[in-house]
Each structure stands twice: as C-alpha cells, then as structure tokens.
Design a protein around this ligand. Sequence first.
Ligand code: ATP
Ligand code: TZP
Ligand code: MG
Ligand code: MG
Length: 266
Amino acid sequence: MSMFELIPKLREASPLIHNITNVVVTNFTANGLYALGAAPVMAYAKEEVADMASIAGAVVLNIGTLSTEEVEAMVIAGKAANKKGVPVVLDPVGAGATSFRTESAQRILQEVDVTVIRGNAAEVASVAGENLVVKGVDGGAVSGDTQELAEKVSELFDCTVVITGEIDVIANEQGTNLVRNGHPIQTKVTGTGCLLSSVVGAFCAVEEDVLKATTVAVSVYGVAAEKAAQKTAELGPGSFQVEFLNELSKVSEADAAFSKVERVDE
Ligand code: ATP
Ligand code: TZP
Ligand code: MG
Ligand code: MG
C-alpha cells in the first residue's frame, strides 16, 4: 500500500475545506478542490467565519489580496479551527513584497496555531523575518539553503513547512522530504500555488500525520500537473489549466508509480 492510499480516503470523506483566499484564484481553487474530491467553501465575513471553520475539515488562510478586515477574519477563523483541532494552512502570498503582507502573515502566525505554511522560498523566509539567518534563498532549484530554510522555519513556528519550486521541500519535526514532481508550465498559470495550499488542507483533513498528508498532497498534485502538461504540450497554459482540473479528478492510487519523493533527513 503506497502513500497514495490517501486519494480514495479523501474522496470517500470529501472533507469541507474552508478557504479565505484571494480574488484572483477563488474559482480555480473551488474547482480544483471539487475535481480532487473535496468540498470547497469560501466564507469571509467576521460574523460567520468561526462557525464555518468549526465544521470544516481544514481551514486555508491565503493573504493574496488581503485587507485589514480579511486578516481579522482569518485570525477569528484560525482560532476557531484551533479550538476544534481543525488543521490550518497559511499561504503567505507576497510576504516580503510589502510590509503589510509580511506583518499580516506574522500576526496570523502569532495568534493562530498554524499547521502548515506553504509558499515559495522568498515568502517563507520573509515570514521568519529577522528571527532567522539563512545563507541565501533560491526559489528555483532546491539548494541546501532551501532545505535549511524549511527546517528552520518549521522549528521557529513549530509547524510543517512546504517550500515549492522546481523541487518541493517539506519539513517538520518528523523529518524532511523532497518532491520532484510537477512541470514548469505550472508557473505560467496563476493560482497553481494557491490551489496547492488548499489541496494540502484537504489531505490534512483526512490524515493526522501532517508530514505524510503534506508530502502526498504535493506529489499527487505534481503528478496530475505532469499528465496535464503532457496532454497539452502543443497547446499552452489555457489548455493546461483545464486539463489540470481533469487530471486532478482522475489521479488515483495507481499513479503512485509516478511519485518522486525522497526522504533527506536520515
Ligand atoms: P510563485 O509565486 O513563486 O510562482 P506559487 O505560490 O505559485 O509561487 P509555486 O512555487 O509556483 O507556488 O508552486 C506551485 C506548484 O508548481 C507546485 O506544485 C510546484 O511543485 C510546481 N512548480 C513550480 N515551479 C516548478 C518548476 N520549475 N518545475 C516543476 N514544477 C514547478
Ligand atoms: N496577485 C495577488 S494574489 C495572486 C496574484 C496574481 C495569485 C497568486 O497565485 P499563485 O498561486 O501564488 O500563483
Ligand atoms: Mg507559481
Ligand atoms: Mg503563491
């Protein structure tokens, strides 16, 4: 039995994923979660986010088009999730680009017990701020530095950290995994990172081992992207985006054959 056994488990449970996300990727995120077999909901009002988070399988907080009100709603949702033991994923979109983004991500991390941080290397380094000295940040190919960054940020915030790029790094106190799935065309379609953060939430909703849930999420997602890229090689990013949703709906346990996961901490 491979780790991809979590795919039928997810489809069977069809967990409700409460997303507070950005206006760019809202529709793509909902469709991607549906395609995979989860049940998405977007709910933003301060008056309702605690109720919604409490009944969700996971809560995903994405600061892509944040406002002060929305960040407050994220904190309320995150705290409600914490009370019920519901996993919380933070996607610190654009952290480091403006101080409002960096400070908002840091505020969420201070007030909410975040289960997984998922971002690119620059975003993850920014949320750690001055608390962290790393030798450098390379969002392209995984360097020793990116692995070190993931491990240090995981320790700093006592959570699981996923840094994506050509090679994805997943680190928590249990260990560190590298995932070599995915395709460069993913960088040409907006929302591929944001949807991944929500997919991470969906797998965390059905698997308590966060390192396993997160690693499977990243690998399954990358395998679906590879298949979609192959099918639309002559076409382009528009066709890739549509085919990627199709492949997320078709990905199965048998696709474990295409999974490229390496454990690097032992
Ligand atoms: P960024 O803003 O830096 O693009 P993001 O939030 O969009 O960040 P990515 O790092 O692009 O997130 O990751 C989204 C998905 O795309 C992940 O599944 C990752 O593995 C994949 N990916 C990104 N770059 C590449 C690449 N060069 N080759 C293969 N897969 C990639
Ligand atoms: N601007 C603000 S949020 C956003 C853009 C373009 C979407 C970012 O999506 P992703 O998944 O990080 O590429
Ligand atoms: Mg990207
Ligand atoms: Mg992103």
